[in-house]
Design a protein around this ligand. Structure first.
Ligand code: AKB
Length: 320
């Protein structure tokens, strides 16, 4: 049997996934048991209920102090520099993604924590990966700094499992589509931006080609997967830090066409920029049979149901 998570620290809690994950963890484990942290000041809604502290994950001492002060036993380590910013600032991406993860794992090892979640990404794949679908264990040769840090992060997490007996787990997130917090600095950000622009301006200029197909997932499925994996009994797991995770795959043009069903005036044009090269290096679809077999992963949303829900939530949020 796995040990139970009681006192949880979330890094990157003001980010796209971190903010919604923190809210769900508060509901599930009690907000008095969740500590949200981020390198920037978080919005007031994130503070509601749970404690918030500023945390720079590249500073190990700061992590140690918070883990001791709040008697933390579990870390969801969501802080990272994503693919597009990672190409603009590769040195920073290495420092935050590798340095931050190493610090978290070391503090977790030294204090014998119950569990660490260390997210990975479809960015671990590269142009040599079979794209339709990407298998669970192909040779991993990414061409971005972000992808490279995610491959090293998966290997490092698995090393801590086997060498030190630390319970570290992670999934390879596809592009995540969400209505609460905007993504920042990723290649798949167009799949969120398009909704805001469709509602506000009835037009979007997309930074990847119309025929660009990438694996995507709606936030409720993303949160469900994260929590399901973390609550699975350790004994069921063969993989640890590198689970492929799939939900839906569509082209930028197919997404625009789906939005047009709800907003008939919406138009989209395509002006690929340097993020196209990153998108072209990633697979179109993902084989997630290991996640399905080992911990029962099953997504709930597809392109039509995600689009309908996004439009309904964003219309309320932006007051339309
Ligand atoms: C990005 O685009 O960099 C991220 C990811 C797929 O990990 N959304």
């Amino acid at each position: 049997m796995s040990k139970t998570m009681h006192r949880i620290l979330v890094t990157g809690a003001a980010g796209q996934i971190g903010s919604e994950l923190t809210a769900t963890l508060c509901e599930r484990y009690g907000s008095e048991n969740v500590l949200a942290t981020d390198h920037r000041e978080a919005s007031a809604s994130l503070h509601e209920g749970c404690s918030f502290e500023r945390l720079d994950v590249t500073d190990k001492k700061q992590i140690e102090i918070l883990i001791d002060r709040y008697e933390i036993d579990t870390v969801f380590h969501m802080a990272a520099i994503l693919s597009a910013i990672g190409e603009e600032k590769p040195q920073l991406a290495w420092q935050v993604n590798m340095g931050g993860l190493y610090n978290v794992l070391e503090v977790a090892r030294e204090r014998n924590l119950v569990r660490v979640f260390s997210p990975s990404s479809i960015a671990v794949f590269g142009p040599e990966t079979p794209p339709d679908p990407a298998p669970q264990t192909p040779p991993l040769r990414p061409t971005t700094m972000y992808g490279l840090t995610k491959v090293a992060g998966e290997l490092l997490g698995d090393y801590y499992v086997h060498r030190f007996g630390l319970d570290v787990r992670g999934v390879r997130y596809p592009g995540i589509i969400s209505s609460e917090t905007l993504p920042g600095g990723g290649t798949t950000d167009y799949a969120v931006e398009v909704f805001y622009e469709a509602l506000r301006k009835k037009h979007y200029t997309c930074f990847v080609r119309e025929d660009t197909v990438l694996p995507m997932m709606y936030m409720p499925d993303c949160i469900q997967a994260t929590i399901d994996l973390m609550e699975t009994d350790f004994g069921r797991l063969v993989h640890h830090c590198d689970f492929n995770l799939a939900s839906m795959s569509f082209s930028a043009g197919e997404l625009a066409a789906e939005i047009t069903k709800h907003i008939p005036e919406f138009t989209c044009n395509y002006k690929p920029d340097k993020r196209q090269t990153i998108a072209d290096s990633w697979p179109h679809a993902i084989d997630d049979s290991a996640a399905r077999d080992e911990w029962g992963w099953k997504p709930s949303y597809d392109l039509p149901s995600m689009t309908e829900d996004m439009i309904s939530r964003l219309s309320k949020k932006i007051g339309l």
